[in-house]
Design a protein around this ligand. Structure first.
Ligand code: ARG
Ligand code: ZN
Length: 851
């Protein structure tokens, strides 16, 4: 087999497509091994294109049966990537029939089968595996689809039409769209339905399609959809634009979900929920992802991306919108803390390593490798900063202009920023660096105090990243408030705009030297470097009016203590547990907030913190220090924790709302700590009594973390062996929470379990992703876990390159560790790179990681 050497695509090479499409008709004759796709595409010259050229269409793994132009047979030149065909000047009609093999499609891109049902995933470039087509987002067209199949349910985008004379299902999508938003589903499915009336009176039928037997797990997704539709009308003035909105749950899916026009396709774990099978976290994810995909209908579908370099245009904005939504539905401060935890765990980690790239990258080999935390999460932070800088009202005005000006278009970041410039009169030239410059800025803070004037001297500096040795100063919105030594706020939040490499800001007329509350609400995705005392942190933890910074103060205390324990062997002491005690016993605070404060930083976070401080992290020492601190907290707080665990016991049937979930999360955090120092009976009792998955899994994980719970693990398996989503939890928790020296062996054993269906991405991630998520287990001495993970990635790569490439990021931190671990991790990466026929996806990732 000879594959063309993978070549990079560059943003600077963008050129418009020479043709526009006047209409697309697709007919599918579905068959597992031999599906036929007949296409009829009307092309015209693009007035903004380069002039007359040959027709080039993308196409991969297609068997061309015949092709015609204006009815006359043609013989195009075919390559593994597509075809070229001479065409007349002026308009013409391309017709073709191709054959594809959905049953053999294990990559889960294009048309594939999951549990006997047909489904598609076309973003980013899967449509070219369905038929020959200009598979690029700036080519938008109206699609008419006909489906021939015995399946009882046959779906595509747009509005359903009457079946044709042969009884074939027909769909018509009135909204021009790029091919990546195409979708088709057919199979034996059952629906839960509802309806929604838009504010202008359009009646929309809502359906959640699932496998028979799962219909009692759809209510929450439907409810979240209705709330999303209402919220987008109220907050962004956006209405839905078709007669139906369909959601389909599939078990085999590479990512979370996909916003195909009128036919969203979801990983079933982000749709199906019942109190017995889904945790509070699952419910929150379902709500957020349902909202995310729905919001794409305007930010992504009605206004799409000109090319894949602009991916953050739709993803950053849509993540920002779903974060706002969740903040409105639940607690905004709690949501902000959760989002920052995620950002630091995934995006800061990415930005600190060899895979660092700008929010808008400038080149790629495989675009699927750029669906990253940087594009999504940092992309959302950039929108948040923009909103802070221009203010909420100007933001709303700019968004209204954006929808008005660009509806129906395929746009760029330049278009987006121009809208804000026109709406606000601001010059965003420097702000644009947030899109083009990679790396996490560090903000050094120096202070002075004289004659009632307090001054902050801010210095920004971004470490070099791959391909970007020099960094220019960025616009950093720094929200600051000041507290007096008694903890009273003397200066409410003020937004400082740092634009220079170094800049000073003064606050006058103060009677005492204040304690600053910096970067309130995490107003910019940066790392703050400031020498601070434990007293100051404790003051902020107790008194800051900004809830994010209250939490942050506790987090900083824990991190500094852990670094001290690890590098100097100090004891945990009583100050930190004492400060925690005040927070958890404060009945005036939201239980969810108290639970977040009680949670310790992750081992990965501490390893990164050590590295940033110039210390090579020893994963075993990090693990041991965290255990010691947890035990110290548990001992110090034993009585209040036990009281909380008792007081927060369920007092009625399970409800998934934020308030009830917050109480359960505090109860769970208390149990986790108590189980580290008791005989396990408290957790065993909770496990035995639980009537919902949050409490059941919470008890099980508390036991596993304390090295107990083997009997419960076996019971859990017997109880849930028929439930795929719950079994994913069973697979993952025992690897994730295993003792460092046992994790690899447990993972290895689980890969031999009869239910380890390694071609299912959720199951593969449960075990191998679980292993990588066990920091000390993954990095345990000897390197066995590295080798096991590499073996499995090598096995998965030919089957599913996309998931393999994504999971290879478990090695992205290899330069963090000691020489011995670096050698072993590099060896694992090199083995992956040298695997015969390594995919373009994995090849690119490994190449970048090895640098
Ligand atoms: N647009 C989808 C979402 O964020 C993600 C699709 C990712 N697909 C992929 N092949 N990378 O909602
Ligand atoms: Zn998205």
């Amino acid at each position: 087999m000879t594959e063309a050497a993978p070549h990079a695509v560059h943003l600077s090479d963008y050129a418009p497509y020479p043709f526009v499409i006047d209409g697309v008709e697709l007919t599918f004759r579905l068959d597992p091994g031999r599906t036929r796709v007949i296409s009829r595409i009307a092309f015209s010259p693009n007035p903004d294109g380069p002039g007359h050229s040959a027709l080039q269409l993308d196409g991969e793994r297609l068997k061309l049966i015949w092709a015609r132009i204006d009815g006359a047979p043609v013989e195009p030149r075919i390559t593994p990537e597509g075809l070229t065909c001479d065409v007349p000047t002026g308009s013409f009609v391309w017709e073709a029939e191709v054959e594809v093999d959905p049953a053999a499609n294990t990559a889960l891109e294009g048309l594939y089968m999951s549990n006997g049902m047909y489904c598609t995933q076309c973003e980013a470039q899967g449509f070219r595996r369905i038929t020959y087509y200009p598979d690029r987002p700036d080519v938008m067209a109206r699609f008419e689809v006909t489906i021939e199949s015995d399946a009882p349910v046959r779906l595509s985008n747009g509005n359903p039409q009457e079946p044709d004379a042969q009884g074939r299902a027909r769909w018509s999508d009135p909204w021009p769209k790029p091919a990546y938003l195409f979708a088709l589903v057919a199979g034996n499915l059952t629906a839960r339905s509802a309806s929604f009336t838009t504010r202008s009176g359009r009646e929309v039928a809502l359906n959640v399609y699932v496998r028979p037997g799962d219909e009692d797990r759809c209510d929450y997704a439907l409810d979240a959809l209705i709330r999303s539709m209402r919220w987008d009308e109220e907050v962004y003035g956006r209405e839905y634009d078709l007669d139906v909105f369909n959601i389909v749950a599939v078990d085999d899916f590479n990512m979370g979900a996909m916003e195909n026009k009128g036919l969203n396709i979801f990983n079933s774990k982000y749709v199906l929920a019942s109190p017995q099978t889904a945790t509070d976290r699952d419910y929150e994810m379902i709500e957020g992802i349902i909202a995310h995909e729905y919001f794409h209908n305007w930010t992504g579908n009605r206004i799409t991306c000109r090319d894949w370099f602009q991916l953050c245009l739709k993803e950053g904005l849509t993540v920002f919108r779903d974060q706002q939504f969740t903040g409105d539905m639940r607690s905004a401060p709690v949501k902000r803390i959760e989002d920052v935890l995620q950002l630091r765990a995934r995006q800061f980690r990415e930005d600190a390593g060899p895979l660092s790239h700008p929010v808008r990258p400038e080149s790629y080999i495989e675009i699927n490798n750029f669906y990253t935390a940087t594009v999504y999460e940092k992309g959302a932070e950039v929108i948040g900063m923009l909103r802070r800088l221009v203010g909420a009202e100007a933001y709303d005005k700019a968004l209204a202009l954006y929808f008005d000006r660009h509806d129906g278009q395929a746009c760029t970041i330049e278009d987006w920023l121009k809208v804000f410039e026109d709406a606000t009169g601001r010059d965003l030239t420097q702000f644009k660096r947030w899109y083009t410059q990679s790396g996490t800025p560090h903000l050094r803070v120096l202070e002075s105090w004289e004659d009632g004037t307090y001054s902050l001297h801010l210095q920004q500096q971004t470490p070099p990243t791959p391909g970007q040795p020099e960094k220019a100063p960025q616009v950093i919105p720094v929200a600051v408030g000041l507290l007096d030594p008694g903890g009273r706020e003397v200066v409410p939040t003020r937004l400082l705009e740092l634009t220079q490499a170094e800049q000073s800001f003064s606050f006058e007329g103060l009677s005492d030297r204040p304690v600053p509350s910096l970067l309130r609400g995490f107003s910019a995705p940066v790392v703050i470097e400031r020498a601070s005392t434990a007293q100051e942190r404790a003051l902020l933890l107790a008194h800051d009016t900004d809830p994010f910074n209250r939490w942050e103060a506790g987090r900083a205390l824990a991190k500094e203590l852990l670094v001290d324990m690890i590098s100097n062997g100090t004891d945990p002491g009583d100050d930190y547990p004492g400060a925690l005690g005040k927070v958890i016993e404060d009945e005036g605070l939201d239980p969810a907030f108290r639970a977040l404060t009680l949670a310790l930083p992750s081992e990965d976070d501490i390893a990164q913190t050590l590295k940033t401080a110039g210390i090579t992290p020893d994963p075993m020492a990090v693990h041991e220090a965290l255990n010691r601190l947890a035990v110290a907290c548990a001992r110090h707080l034993r009585a209040p924790l036990a009281a909380l665990h008792d007081a927060l016991a369920p007092n009625g049937p399970y409800t998934p709302d934020a308030e009830a979930a917050g109480r359960r999360s505090l109860r769970g955090a208390a149990l986790g700590l108590l189980t580290r120092i008791d005989d396990g009976s408290r957790a065993e009792a909770q496990f035995a009594q639980a009537d919902n998955m949050t409490e059941e899994l919470g008890a099980l994980t508390a036991l596993l973390r304390a090295g107990k719970g083997h009997e419960q693990l076996a019971q859990f398996e017997r109880k849930w062996s028929q439930d795929r989503l719950v079994m994913d939890k069973w697979f993952s928790v025992q690897v994730m929470l295993a003792a460092p020296r046992e994790a690899c062996e447990i993972a290895d054993r689980l890969t031999a379990h009869p239910a380890f269906d390694w071609k299912n991405p959720n199951r593969f991630r449960a075990v191998l992703g679980g292993l990588a998520a066990n920091h000390a287990g993954f990095h345990a001495p000897g390197g066995a876990a590295y080798a096991l993970a590499a073996d499995w990635l090598i096995r998965l790569d030919p089957v599913n390159p996309q998931t393999t490439a994504r999971m290879s990021t478990m090695f992205e931190t290899w330069r963090r560790y000691d020489a011995d671990r670096q050698d072993m991790m590099r060896a694992a990466l090199e083995r992956l790179a040298a695997a015969p026929g390594v995919s373009r996806d994995t090849g690119e990732m490994v190449g970048r990681m090895l640098g």
